[in-house]
Write a protein that binds this ligand. Structure first.
Ligand SMILES: [Zn+2]
Length: 215
């Protein structure tokens, strides 16, 4: 992947977020980097996804200096930047306002590991980042408390975020957060969903490492 392809990927993910119902309007934001680069591209503030062109994306170095583009970056750019500062292996970050995840986020209640499909991606619960004003440094810090180690989180009264080694993986995790949120809500209507035990999570992770995929 080169710089131009990364820009196109971010634009495509933006359009997918709308088409797949993971956000609406100009809500949510996306960032990505080429592996090893000391800069990132972030989606611009307040431009509908369908109208974003490669030159609208904002290039920011890891210290937070804008080094390319003429637009204002997303108001959540500090949130994105901190993930890249803390996680050298992460190259894609996507923040959504998807419906079921947002519903869970209003409850301020973490989602325990209730589904096998959560194990490989998250390895534990989906935790809730403490409420802070949207776009604030405080929100960036609250979310990154969790994302220092976790691959996804809910943002209290706001939405969700997922990270990945590339943007496609981050996108799959956004869908998984949405699905798990939906299942948590449905299951909670009928009873108390049972979490997979830590011991069983460890076993599952070891089994996946040894057996999953094409060798
Ligand atoms: Zn948001």
């Amino acid at each position: 992947m080169n710089e131009r392809q990364l820009q196109e990927k971010i634009i495509q993910i933006g359009n997918d977020l709308i088409a797949q119902g993971l956000t609406e309007g100009t809500g949510g934001n996306i960032s990505g980097r080429l592996p090893g680069a000391d800069w990132i591209y972030v989606s611009p503030s307040g431009i509908p996804y369908a109208e974003i062109k490669p030159e609208d994306l904002v290039k920011i170095d890891l210290k937070g200096e804008i080094i390319g583009g003429t637009r204002k970056p997303s108001i959540e750019h500090n949130l994105h930047l901190k993930v890249f500062q803390n996680r050298p292996e992460v190259n894609g970050v996507i923040h959504t306002h998807s419906t079921y995840a947002s519903a869970m986020a209003t409850l301020h209640r973490e989602i325990p590991p209730i589904l096998d499909s959560m194990v490989a991606s998250f390895g534990g619960p989906l935790r809730v980042a403490k409420y802070a004003t949207m776009g604030s440094m405080e929100l960036a810090e609250n979310v990154n408390e969790i994302l220092k180690t976790d691959n996804g989180a809910l943002l209290a009264n706001h939405g969700a975020i997922a990270v990945g080694t590339d943007l496609d993986q981050a996108m799959r995790r956004c869908h998984l957060i949405e699905k798990v949120s939906q299942i948590m809500l449905f299951a909670s209507c009928a009873g108390t969903p049972v979490a997979i035990s830590e011991e069983n999570i460890k076993k599952a992770l070891a089994f996946l490492r040894a057996n999953y995929g094409q060798k």
